[in-house]
Design a protein around this ligand. Structure first.
Ligand code: FAD
Length: 393
């Protein structure tokens, strides 16, 4: 029998990945490393040609799960050491403007890293250029699929032309509103639930100071906890901060004039006003709108040996635990282990992934919901009050 790439005895698989976001791009690298043919179809244009992330968070907290997954494809060092900004604790801003620090890990100095979404996604796509067995198709939207047979139909977004594709395995990494998952919902015994929380988010920005440097201590995740809402800030490489306001939609809607906005910030986040700047605060707040946050649980994640969901398509979580991407990256690590364990036998790989992965994923989803209460409220209270608040939650 011929020996194929990576020393495997069996024939390379023909795999189509739908969605070239963070998780799909990483999964393409893992599969390419194993010698499989990978075709990556992405709805949007190549993110490397677009200056900013659109409609998704600008930066993210990368944790140990995500780092392990990047290590597996040789990118941890570049991402973390050269482009990540370490955040060693929470930097809490009280209502009166005073601050204090809660270290994440004062014993062994572990920390999380602030990373740019565009940079990380671009890095993953660039890395795939090293593999001849990866083909990338941007501006291709999945519009139809037969998961049982491995058929997919894409529409080229620039010409409206349709393209028919056939694959041994379809991997849906097409995000929280996944088209692959939509097709899976027609399969018997597929469980699905989603929840929109009553809170939305809006991203604002703290620019660099006059000296071109960060205006706040950069090695922290800054939080302004205010009970039912909060502001957080993560540092960027260009010395800006991405500031995210999480708040009930009803409260966002109440703020409909410049005056109301400045009064609101003056009352709750007064120390943030000079950092953002009044003019910029007004411009950014009224040029955007609050975006929804959805949590999705489903299972099983596969159909026969033909289709699989990973990343947000399988388990979108609310962002308060900073684990959505990290958890999606962990899917890739786990899948790689299963590909090795089952010697590329898709039936066994997909069965085991579905049977085991949901336990951790559901737990992270619940922890993420809970952590919103922790971040916006409990973080300011003594621990003996936690019990009562958890019960309320
Ligand atoms: P996505 O990033 O959504 O990528 C899906 C891709 O599929 C997109 O490129 C999309 O264009 C493409 N696509 C969609 N439909 C189709 C189609 N029909 N055909 C072809 N392509 C399609 N996670 C963390 O780990 N840490 C954090 O600090 C963190 N902060 C966050 C803050 C906010 C405000 C939000 C909203 C999320 C945050 N997350 C964080 C979660 C993280 O953004 C997601 O978990 C992560 O983006 C999931 O990656 P993905 O590749 O599965 O999905």
């Amino acid at each position: 029998m011929a020996t194929y790439q990576n020393g495997r005895k069996n024939k390379p698989l023909d795999i189509v990945i739908v969605g070239g976001g963070l998780v799909g791009s990483l999964e393409a690298l893992y599969l390419a490393k194993r010698g499989h043919r990978v075709r990556l179809y992405e709805y949007r244009e190549d993110i490397r040609n677009t200056p900013t992330a659109r409609g998704r968070s600008i930066n993210l907290a990368l944790s140990v799960r995500g780092r392990k997954a990047l290590r597996g494809v040789g990118l941890e060092q570049e991402m973390v050491q050269e482009h990540g900004i370490p955040m060693v604790g929470r930097y809490i801003h009280r209502l009166d403007g005073s601050t204090y620090i809660i270290p994440y890990d004062s014993r062994t100095n572990q920390c999380i890293y602030s990373v740019g979404r565009n940079f990380l996604n671009s890095l993953l796509l660039k890395e795939s250029e090293k593999y001849k067995n990866v083909e990338k198709y941007f501006n291709h939207k999945l519009i139809n699929t037969n998961l049982q047979k491995g058929f997919l139909t894409f529409q080229k977004t620039q010409t409206n032309e349709t393209v028919e594709v056939n694959a041994d395995l379809i991997i849906g990494s097409d995000g929280a509103y996944s088209a692959v998952r939509k097709a899976m919902m027609k399969e018997p015994l597929f469980d699905y639930s989603q929840k929109y929380i009553e809170h939305g988010y809006m991203e604002l920005c703290i620019p660099p100071g006059d000296d071109g440097e960060f205006q706040m201590p950069s090695q922290y995740l800054h939080i302004w906890p205010r009970g039912n809402f909060m502001l957080i800030a993560l540092p960027n490489q260009d010395r800006t901060w991405t500031v995210t306001l999480f708040m009930p939609f009803a409260k966002f809607n109440e703020i409909d004039t410049d005056e109301k906005l400045l009064n609101f910030f003056g009352k709750y986040f007064s120390d943030a006003i000079p950092l953002i700047g009044k003019k910029k605060l007004i411009e950014d707040f009224f040029s955007g709108s609050a975006l929804p946050l959805v949590s999705v649980k489903c299972r099983p994640y596969h159909v026969k040996d033909k289709a699989l969901l990973i990343g947000d398509a399988a388990h979108a979580v609310v962002p308060f635990y900073g684990q959505g991407m990290n958890c999606g990256f962990e899917d890739c690590t786990i899948l790689d282990e299963l590909f090795k364990k089952h010697n590329d036998n898709l039936k066994n790989i997909l069965n085991e992934f579905s049977a085991t992965r949901w336990v951790d994923v559901f737990a992270i989803s619940d922890l993420a919901m809970y952590n919103y209460v922790e971040m916006r409220d409990l973080v300011t209270r003594p621990s003996y009050l936690f019990r009562k608040s958890i019960d309320d939650f």
